[in-house]
Ligand binder design. Structure first.
Ligand code: GAP
Length: 599
């Protein structure tokens, strides 16, 4: 069953990530770059541990996979052949009021009353009536040097009214009282002996049937808890953007349930869906022309297909074999959201595993199994992972089978990795477009054919986020005085933890304790990432490490120096983050004990 979203937990995780230096908003001091993130000192270690482990199990521990590192800037012909130039799009809708953009398939259904505004006319005189008012009737009354615009129409009409003693009341803000003012004003003017009847008639005509109207219509949804005034305010804003200063509105209404035509933010009508290409385009060289276009790659996979022949030749691999790559990918996501989950710049870990057509479906299941094992080996429990078989309708047309590996993030169950059997589509496309053969010669059968491919494609940033979400926990631990307090712990698998072991001298002002602790740091450093900390009470130091997921803590005390008991000389306490249990171990055994527990 899908767990319900836990916003509070997610907020705590985001705050911890910033507070402890895992992840920061990119360009934060300039207000931030939306959908782009920077990894801090701990985030980068976590990310490296993940990528290194992926590389180890996917490349180093296997004979059938080699690696590559392709360029980010990509020739447009590559992405034309792959289909990205023409079809790598999301259906996009815009809010007609704020121009905010949403992915059409992510707009929730909403119910309520639709107010339909077909057009609006302006209670303020249009340009032609304003000129008669300002130039013929109010010119002498405006202080010298002051310029007036159509916006000042009400003030000008009141100035004339005062001067000629019409006694017209100052209108309220509502459009009908403004309208009334100008109608009464025209009546009063027609009775003035020195004002030409034609002039008044022209003013009246321009005002009542003049062009100050917007033919644009909009529908606004009144949702539960919203009053009519809110809707009218939104309609005002819509028409003001169309130069109607005080719109006169007469909506019709209709009830609707579960409609996806309205903005989730303000209930304003959305535009019909339009395809929006997600690729970032750039220009290479000094002049920007159609020929200078290059793209930032939207996936790492294409470089693998394009280099297939070169790598086949140099590696002399036989089918089935794979090419692995880790690297940045870029997508101009319409709605980057859920922290790093949907970003515009992210990293992928992709394997293209080439095979014979008849092996494809079996290898699809094999790779699903391998990838599930991988996540379990980095500490993401099997019960938090879910396999979705992508349906025929949702699958890319060329794929014969696709699984999504999903994870229960605090914001809901979402895709972590896709495992897809892409058939021979990609190689055939590139072979056709480039005119270069991308086939394989089978020595045994003496046959030439274009291999099929199975692709496990994982997101580094999503896996990092899943690791942090899975690891985050709160429990109770005694403080310095024995009082129980909440402890935040990142229960990372030791293999993934950014820092593996923290070393503490019991007291920082005892030279011998400090020297011994530093010796231990030097002993452990060749084997793992170690952290030395001498400041604050020992309990506080443990808490700081718990919060960033350091699995082991070593404390150097007076026993280590042999001051209390000669038998304990050269032993330290080794504390386990999760159980908080401490054991006494020999310093010389530390590297062996820790390395075995980390791996
Ligand atoms: N080569 C196949 C491919 O790129 P995909 O499902 O579009 O397939 C693969 O992407 C993985 O890349 C996803 O499962 C996800 O982990 C990661 N990913 C895709 N778009 C992402 C984004 N905007 N932000 C972060 N990760 C993303």
């Amino acid at each position: 069953m899908n767990k319900s979203p836990d916003t509070q937990r997610m907020e705590k995780i985001v705050s911890l990530c910033k507070r402890r230096g895992f992840i920061f908003q990119s360009s934060e001091i300039y207000g931030g770059l939306n959908g782009v993130w920077d990894y801090g000192p701990l985030g980068v270690e976590l990310k490296r541990n993940l990528k290194n482990y992926w590389w180890r199990v996917m490349v180093h521990e296997r004979d059938d996979i080699v690696g590559m590192d392709g360029s980010i800037l990509t020739h447009p012909a590559v992405l034309k052949a792959s289909g990205h130039v023409d079809t790598f799009t999301d259906p996009m809708v815009d809010c007609r009021l704020t121009q905010r953009r949403f992915r059409a398939d992510q707009v929730p259904g909403q119910s309520g009353t639709i107010y339909k505004f077909d057009q609006a006319r302006d209670a303020i005189p249009p340009e032609s009536a304003f000129e008669i008012l300002a130039i013929n009737w109010a010119k002498e009354l405006v202080p010298a040097g002051e310029s007036v615009s159509r916006k000042d129409s009400i003030r000008l009409a009141l100035l004339v009214s005062d001067h000629r003693k019409f006694n017209l009341p100052t209108p309220k803000v509502d459009p009908s009282s403004v309208f009334k003012l100008f109608i009464e004003f025209a009546d009063k003017m027609s009775a003035q002996p020195d004002i030409s009847k034609d002039d008044v008639e022209n003013f009246r005509k321009a005002y009542v049937s003049g062009p100050a109207a917007s033919g644009d219509s909009i529908r606004l949804l009144q949702r539960k808890g919203e009053d009519k005034a809110t809707i009218l305010k939104r309609a005002d804003a819509f028409y003001q953007l169309r130069n109607i200063l005080i719109p006169m509105l007469s909506p019709s209404t209709e009830e609707v349930t579960d409609s996806r035509d309205f903005s989730p933010e303000n209930g304003a009508e959305l535009t019909p869906p339009r395809p929006f290409n997600l690729m970032f385009r750039t220009s290479m060289g000094a002049t920007e022309t159609e020929d200078s276009i290059a793209y930032l790659r939207p996936e790492t996979a294409q470089a693998i297909f394009v280099q297939f022949k070169n790598i086949l030749e140099v590696s002399r691999k036989k089918l089935p074999f794979g090419i692995a790559q880790i690297g940045k990918a870029f997508r101009n996501e319409i709605n980057p959201r859920n922290f790093t989950f949907r970003s515009r710049e992210f990293e992928q870990m992709e394997l293209e595993y080439f095979c014979r057509a008849e092996e494809g479906m079996k290898l699809l299941d094999y790779w699903l199994g391998e990838r599930l094992k991988f996540y379990e080996n980095i500490g993401i429990g099997r019960d938090g992972l879910h396999v979705k078989t992508v349906s025929d309708e949702e699958r890319a047309f060329y794929s014969k089978g696709t699984y999504d590996i999903e994870f229960d993030f605090p914001f809901g169950r979402q895709e972590l990795e896709g495992v897809a059997y892409r058939t021979d589509y990609d190689l055939l496309q590139h072979q056709k477009a480039s005119g270069k053969s991308l086939d394989y010669f089978d020595e045994e059968t003496k046959q030439r054919f274009v291999p099929h491919v199975v692709e496990p494609s994982a997101g580094v940033d999503r896996a990092v986020l899943a690791l942090i979400c899975e690891a985050y926990s709160e429990d109770e631990a005694p403080d310095e005085k024995g009082k129980m307090e909440t402890r935040i712990v990142l229960r990372f698998h030791p293999r993934m933890a950014p820092i593996k072991c923290a070393v503490f001298p019991l007291l920082k002002n005892k030279e011998h304790l400090v020297a011994k602790a530093k010796e231990i740091v030097d002993l452990l450093r060749p084997h793992m990432n170690v952290f030395y900390d001498e400041s604050g009470a020992i309990g506080r130091r443990y808490r700081r490490q718990d919060e960033i997921g350091t699995p082991f803590g070593v404390t150097v005390d007076f026993e280590t120096l042999g001051e209390k008991d000669a038998d304990l000389r050269d032993t330290v306490t080794l504390r386990d983050r999760d159980s908080m249990k401490q054991e006494r171990v020999l310093v010389k055994d530390l590297p062996g004990i820790l390395v075995s527990r980390i791996t």
